[in-house]
Design a protein. Sequence first.
Length: 384
Amino acid sequence: MMRQREALQVYLYKLVHGEKHGLLASVLLVVLRAMSFVYGLGVTIKLGMYRLGILESHKLPCKVISLGNITVGGTGKTPTAQRLAAIIRDMGYRVVILNRGYRADWKGEVGLVSDGRKIYMTVNEAGDEAYLLAKSLPGVPVIIGRNRYITGSYAVDKLRAEVIILDDAFQHWQLKRDLDIVLIDALNVFGNNFLLPRGTLREPLNNLNRANAFLLTKVDQATGNARETIRDTLAKYNNQALVVESTHTPRCFIEIEEWYKGVRPDTVPLDAIKDRSVLPFSAIGNPSSFEKTITDLGGKVVEAVRYPDHHDYTMAEMQEIMQKAVDNNVCALITTDKDAVKIPSEFIHSERPLPVYVLSIEVWFHDGYEELMDMIKEVTGACS
């Protein structure tokens, strides 16, 4: 059964996107609109206090690159952080990722998820995003903690970090950064254009003027006209920032038991699902994009199972999903790597009537890539 918090999350999502009607819905929307006004005022005051120096923003003795967004939900920060960290690592710098540790069981000040060689936390202790980053990035330490200045100081002192990537930190003003990259989902640009909690905006759009670069994600799933409209909209708020386009490109499938091993797993080609029925399931910010990727690969989605973002799967839920797949006579279940880390190991290693494929993707930068690399090289050049 869906947890109460998640049930409320789903209800509010449907409410603010116009899927709930009636007197109660109308009253709640008025209340949420008033709360959005208060929230926006609070954001503006707090940011103003940082700009005036009333609240202190700290500087670390290393280079700091922030990846963030202005909306709540799936813009693709985690795979982008993986890609960016790998690029900087391969340039020869000691790079460390700082993650908030959203919904992590661990609650201390500095949580070492990985030192780049060994993973020290479980997915429940670290949170799904931080654990996935640690699993996917050998040679790149991952640290969790709410105060990025504290975790950043640890990264410099204990791990000799030269470059720090702040994952999901556009609104984390306690720490100064050398480069601010804001991700924009090409399929769901600014949600419904309302601030939280009436909408999904974390702060007013005019605050986009802080960004050094905008990274449009999943542009291959958007039309050319839509991409131009996004660029024109961004230019209204910040015509100085670089605009870069990126895609989440499918690479292969990996059966979840193989994926779980993590050492050169056997892969399944993408055309294995062409013209065949499949059942995707996910608990991510933008499930429609994931499902469209599957149909673009030729898979026939007979039913899609969705849970709220960051949902932790139970054994009973996985058995129920598997039964749906059997009932629909599909060839396989398909999920994301972010979901795979939250599936109980007892299910992964059990006797299953159907395979569960993890879709492996890579982020590729396109228009604006060379300019982005120049910006990164300029920032990191002082480390040498």
